[in-house]
Design a protein around this ligand. Structure first.
Ligand code: SF4
Length: 357
C-alpha cells in the first residue's frame, strides 16, 4: 500500500496550490482533471512541459482503469476498475429518472446517481454480502474514490456542471475509511472541480455509531443512510456481525445526534429477506424504533446470488410491509431492483470477473 504512487486526484485544490507555482497553474490542472476529465499529462496543453515532467515523477494523473463494464436493460451500468496494485473495485452508474418528452420537448432531464466504493473488500462481514466473503484488503485513497466518479462521468459524457448524486454504498464500509472519505467529499464539493454539494452526497453505513458521531462533527453537510435491515439485535447480529459492537440502540442514538438538514430525512435501508424480517411484527417494531426521527425507509428486495441461504421476499409481503409503515406515518419506498440482470448488488461483478479469470 505504501509503495502506491499517489495521483493528482488525491489533492484538494488547496494542496495542489501548495505543490505547483504560480498558484493559477493549480486551477488550470483542476480544470483539466474535473472539467475535461483528462487522464494523461500529455493532454494538459497549457501546462508547461517541465512542470508536467516534474509532477509525473511523483504523481499519476489517474490511479485506475476500467476493465469491465456491464449495461443493464434499465440503463444501469456497472463498472469494474483495476487499481495500480492489481486490486479491483466496483462503481455503478444509475439512471434515476427517465427523460419525459411531451410533444417532442424535453420536460425532465434524466437524473443520475453514482454508487462508489470506499475499500477493497470490507471488515464488516455482512452475511448477505459477496464483498464480505473476500475479507478486507485495503482502504481506497481519496484519489481512488474520486477517480471512480471522474471515470464514470467521462465514460457517460456527463458534463462537469451537470448535477449528479453520489452514494458511498459500493464495496466497503465508508466510515471505516473516514479520513479518505472526508477528503473525497471535500474534493467533490469544490466549486472549481465538480461542485457536487454535500446535500448531493450520501454516506451509507452499516452503522459504526462512534464514526457516525465523528462524521457529524466534521460538518460536511452530507446525508447519511443507515443499513438497518433488522429490528432486533439477534437478527441484526446474524446479518451484520459488527452489530455486537454497535447495536441498534447505539446507532439510533448516534443518528439523533447527527447534524441533519431540517429539510431532509435520514434514510434507513432495510433489506427485506423472506421469512427473516418481512413480517408485520417487524414492521411494527420498525415504526416504534424510528419514532422521533425524520426518517425515510427504503425497502430493498434481497437479490439472491449463487450460494446464499437467503431468499427474495414475495411482492405481497413487500407491499404489505410498506403499507404498514406508511399507515403509521413513515415515508417508505420500495427500491427498484435496478440492474438485476447484471448482478448489480454490491460485490457481484467483481466475484463474477474473478471467477472467470
Ligand atoms: S454490505 Fe457493505 S458493510 Fe456489509 S460486508 Fe458488504 S460491503 Fe461491507
Amino acid at each position: 500500500m505504501n509503495q502506491l504512487k499517489p495521483s493528482l486526484l488525491d489533492f484538494t485544490l488547496k494542496e495542489l496550490t501548495q505543490l505547483v507555482k504560480p498558484s493559477f497553474r493549480a486551477k488550470q490542472i483542476y480544470g483539466w482533471l474535473y472539467h475535461q476529465y483528462t487522464d494523461s499529462y500529455d493532454a494538459m496543453k497549457n501546462i508547461p512541459k517541465a512542470m508536467k515532467e516534474e509532477l509525473s515523477q511523483k504523481y499519476l494523473v489517474n490511479p485506475m482503469k476500467i476493465i469491465r463494464k456491464e449495461v443493464a436493460s434499465d440503463g444501469t451500468i456497472k463498472y469494474l476498475f483495476e487499481l495500480q496494485d492489481g486490486k479491483t473495485v466496483e462503481a455503478v452508474w444509475l439512471k434515476m429518472k427517465d427523460e419525459i418528452h411531451e410533444d417532442g420537448k424535453l420536460v425532465q432531464e434524466a437524473k443520475y446517481t453514482i454508487c462508489v466504493s470506499t475499500q477493497v473488500g470490507c471488515k464488516v462481514g455482512c452475511s448477505f454480502c459477496l464483498t464480505a466473503k473476500g475479507g478486507f484488503t485495503r482502504d481506497l485513497s481519496a484519489g481512488e474514490i474520486v477517480g471512480q466518479v471522474v471515470a464514470l462521468k467521462r465514460d457517460n459524457k456527463h458534463k462537469h456542471n451537470r448535477k449528479i448524486n453520489i452514494v458511498y454504498m459500493g464495496m466497503g464500509e465508508p466510515l471505516d475509511n473516514l479520513e479518505n472519505l472526508a477528503k473525497a467529499i471535500e474534493i467533490f464539493k469544490k466549486e472549481e472541480g465538480l461542485a457536487i454539494s454535500g446535500k448531493r452526497q450520501t454516506v451509507s453505513t452499516s452503522g459504526l455509531s462512534n464514526k457516525i458521531d465523528q462524521l457529524g462533527a466534521m460538518d460536511l453537510g452530507v446525508h447519511i443512510a443507515i443499513s438497518l435491515h433488522a429490528v432486533d439485535d439477534e437478527l441484526r447480529t446474524e446479518l451484520i456481525p459488527m452489530n455486537k459492537a454497535h447495536n441498534i440502540d447505539s446507532i439510533i442514538e448516534a443518528v439523533k445526534r447527527f447534524p441533519i438538514d431540517t429539510r431532509k430525512r435520514v434514510m434507513f435501508e432495510y433489506l427485506v429477506i423472506k421469512n427473516k424480517n418481512d413480517d408485520l411484527g417487524s414492521a411494527k417494531k420498525l415504526v416504534k424504533l424510528l419514532s422521533g426521527i425524520k426518517a425515510k425507509v427504503n425497502l430493498i428486495y434481497f437479490n439472491p446470488y449463487p450460494g446464499t441461504p437467503y431468499e427474495r421476499p414475495s411482492y405481497e409481503d413487500m407491499f404489505a410491509f410498506q403499507e404498514y409503515l406508511v399507515k403509521h406515518g413513515l415515508l417508505a419506498t420500495i427500491r427498484d431492483s435496478k440492474g438485476i440482470d447484471i448482478s448489480a448488488a454490491c460485490g457481484q461483478l467483481k466475484e463474477k470477473t474473478e471467477g472467470e479469470l
